[in-house]
Design a protein around this ligand. Structure first.
Ligand code: NAP
Length: 303
């Protein structure tokens, strides 16, 4: 831990609850490795106190903060500006304090993209991306996949109406200036291994991304949403669940000969991008992943 002095820049996370956050060990390890005087602290902020907490970012001249559950949407109304991608996603997880002007960013979506391109070496452009889930994380990733020029994005969700609703939103994203006028086709299917439309989507997908909490610790020993017999070696299987690191879906995918991408990378890269926004310097992702692994092992030795 670096010495705290009058030069220390305080950053941190607003969350409720805040006990489970892995960001402090990850971000403080990064600042230590970068040798810069920053300290990252967890703040327990209740919904009713969010406006005052955001105002404190200005009053205390904090470089910025992260915001997480349950504040990612509510915080948008309290900021001076929302970055275009965060606006399309409809959620902010990082606030940048630019001389008193508060700007909202979403680093989850580019965090996933960087994990995909830098760790798996795969570009989504011209690919068929199948997303399991239609919640907040699915929305962020789906918007990013459209902006990155995927040929087809299929959303599969247990509650079908939510998948269809997300696809309607993605249609607008595909038609927006930010997409660079690259045309992405969109479809929604039921998240049901017995459904022929779902089976056809798995059969033609290049990249499959689980964004549901299925497989997450402690209820991690469950059958994956995609049975092993539907998986083909050509498929890249990503799971954004990071406890356990190798989920039952990833294990089944490995056995079927698929390449796999665990969720820890997305978590590290979303933090790295936040640091890059606050400091203007490249963050040490390898150090951050190591710190995350250490914190996870300390919390749940069995994971
Ligand atoms: P959310 O908004 O609550 O969405 C949950 C999604 O999971 C919904 O689509 C829901 O389907 C689906 N789901 C839940 N239980 C299911 C089940 N038993 N069978 C099938 N579908 C089920 O949650 P979120 O914020 O998107 O987060 C989802 C997961 O992503 C969490 O595990 C979270 O930890 C992880 N995550 C990881 C990172 C990272 O950095 N790696 C970042 C963000 C989130 P319905 O619509 O039918 O309910």
């Amino acid at each position: 831990m670096m010495e705290i002095t009058s030069r220390t820049q305080v950053v941190g996370v607003f969350a409720d609850p805040v006990e489970h956050t892995l960001s402090p060990p990850m971000q403080n390890a990064a600042f230590g490795a970068m040798g810069i005087p920053y300290a990252y602290v967890p703040w327990h902020v209740k919904a009713a106190d969010l406006p005052a907490a955001v105002e404190a970012v200005r009053a205390l001249s904090l470089a910025g903060v992260n915001v997480t559950i349950p504040h990612k949407v509510a915080v948008m109304g309290l900021l001076d500006e929302i970055a275009p991608i965060a606006r399309l996603i409809g959620a902010v997880n990082t606030i940048e304090n630019r001389s008193g002007r508060l700007i909202g960013h979403n680093t989850d979506a580019p965090g996933f993209l960087r994990s995909l391109t830098e760790e798996a070496g795969v570009e989504p452009a011209s690919q068929h991306v199948l997303i399991l889930g239609a919640g907040g994380a699915a929305r962020a990733i789906a918007v990013q996949m459209v902006l990155a020029g995927a040929r087809l994005v299929t959303v599969a969700n247990r509650t079908e109406s939510k998948a269809a609703e997300l696809c309607r939103h993605l249609q607008d994203v595909a038609g927006s200036e930010l997409s660079g006028n690259r045309f992405t086709q969109l479809s929604s299917v039921p998240l049901d291994a017995q459904d022929p439309e779902f089976q056809a989507a798995v059969a033609t997908a290049d990249i499959l991304i689980n964004t549901t909490a299925v497989g997450m610790y402690p209820k991690h020993d469950v059958p994956p949403l995609v049975p092993a017999d539907l998986l083909r070696p050509k498929l890249l299987v990503c799971d954004i669940v990071y406890t356990p690191q190798r989920t039952t879906l990833l294990k089944a995918a490995e056995q079927a000969g698929c390449r796999t991408l665990p969720g820890l990378g997305m978590l590290a890269y979303q933090g790295a991008i936040a640091i890059e926004i606050w400091t203007g310097r490249k963050a040490p992702v390898a150090v951050m992943k190591e710190a995350l692994l250490g914190a996870l092992k300390q919390r749940d030795p069995g994971v």
